[in-house]
Design a protein around this ligand. Sequence first.
Ligand SMILES: Cc1cc2nc3c(=O)[nH]c(=O)nc-3n(C[C@H](O)[C@H](O)[C@H](O)COP(=O)(O)OP(=O)(O)OC[C@H]3O[C@@H](n4cnc5c(N)ncnc54)[C@H](O)[C@@H]3O)c2cc1C
Length: 545
Amino acid sequence: MDILKRSTQVLIVGAGPTGLLAAIELVKRGISCIIIEKKEERSPFSKALGLHARTLETLELMGLADLFLEKGYPVTGSRLHFGIGKPSKLDFSQLDTPFPYVLVLPQYDTEEILENHLEQLGVEVERHSELIDLEINSEGALAVVNRNGHREQIQANYVLSCDGAHSKVREILKVPFEGNKENMIFFLADAKIKQFNSKGYMNVFMANRGMLFLLPFKNHYTRVIAVDLAKQNRPHSSELSLQELQDSVNNIAPGITLADPVWLSQFGTSHRLVPNYRHGNVFFIGDAAHIHNPAGGQGMNLGLQDVLNLVWKLEFVIKGYSHDSILNTYHEERHFIASQVISATSKMMHVVTLPSPILKRARRIVGKSATSLNAIKNFAVKGLTELKFNYRHSSQAINHYDKRLRKNALQAGDRVPDAYLFSGHSPQLNLFSILKQHPFTCFIYANHINDSNFDQAKKVSKQFQNEFGDLVRTYYILQNGAPSRDENLSTLIDVKNELQKKIGLTDGSIIVFRQDGIVAFHQKHIDLEQCSEKLRFWMLQRSLG
Ligand SMILES: Cc1cc2nc3c(=O)[nH]c(=O)nc-3n(C[C@H](O)[C@H](O)[C@H](O)COP(=O)(O)OP(=O)(O)OC[C@H]3O[C@@H](n4cnc5c(N)ncnc54)[C@H](O)[C@@H]3O)c2cc1C
């Protein structure tokens, strides 16, 4: 029998959250893709329960955040109970982000939203289609797929391995998944809770016996995760009963009763990372690239942000706007972030499992004081919500660093915060809504308009337009004063001085933002040739002809 052969620009293996989001973003950008999934149906388990602030920011920049906001609910903080005194509070509501909360949404809802949206864009997940072989070739890779019991071949220019922790792509390509088992046993339940009012917060209980985490999510159900230090020798394969979990809860946080579980599970954890996120034209994304313990609920969030880092670069290379080499920045930027998360989540677990009574006492003291110190609190909150991550470690960011900028100014590789701006057309304009419109956005800042700085801004705008066409849009930003009505250069006004305060823009400075909310570069003074050179890292000259 003839084997069916098809071809596509991008083959996505796996329709979990990362594969689905990647498919949406590629289709929106006019890239052809096929998404295959070995299972017939989506997983019914709640798994990842929260979208963090940074994930929501990036989804907002891609025009997708509303889809999730409609279905989830915001949790604005957490309460840490150390068994003595009042619980300590971690408050997200003061964070400088349009999303100062964790958006609680079970993973089955997240996947349903994504899959429905993908269908609206005209692409269906090809279910019951399992990747069984993959061969790298000169045009990308040739995949062999078992689809409903029949073999077929798919030739793809690029393959996205979104096939989870037990990635088949990794196995076929013999890419190691480096790391260790953590030797920790976690208990999990989605259950109803009695005799405890979470007041809509995440609650974490730390006791000598271990740790308990509670997060209310949907239909009066609460996610319960427990680490019971007295039960770490249970065989990994044993079934967890409600009685067993209740016994652990009684010992960690007495007085809380669990009932009507819809999911009970026991799982072990590992910390693992692929050494390189890129293997030829194959890219590892999400759990296929990194796994770690569930502390802080970071796994799916990291994967979704991986996608948003990669897709626009893939679009640029496929459409001929950029050299293939920009695809290497995906590994450089994202691998480091995953290694930081792995390090942070394993440290969190070390705190839970400190062995001796003295260290346990220290944990409580440190815990109490840590949560009462604002600086440490901010650090913890920014880490949890992933707002503190940046790509300053990447070679591009290091090369584009400008030491003349003031200390707290944003540099290449930094996350861009949202900011309020005034434009004649739309008084309620915010920075994110501007960044959505073009792949790169350039701001030239002036305290007051004068002929010299306005002419210079026009020169920059013209040069970027000539070299990069519509890929870069330039704005002239005034701290205050009357805007110019020049047709070729839009003016915005920094009425609240937010660009000065949050980003560090000053009279005569220039900044270019990437569409994924990252600073491409920031210079204290305009040197047109140097600025163009920095942009040429990301784009070929006259790419639009
Ligand atoms: C109990 C639990 C709680 C969690 N809590 C959180 C949390 O609070 N916050 C958070 O951010 N993360 C959390 N996570 C992690 C989160 O669930 C994962 O990080 C996320 O599912 C990873 O998404 P993914 O798309 O990379 O992989 P997956 O969701 O694993 O999807 C991979 C897909 O690929 C398919 N596939 C595999 N092999 C093939 C093949 N050969 N051919 C075709 N298809 C294939 C699979 O069937 C699957 O559908 C939790 C996980 C668990 C288990």
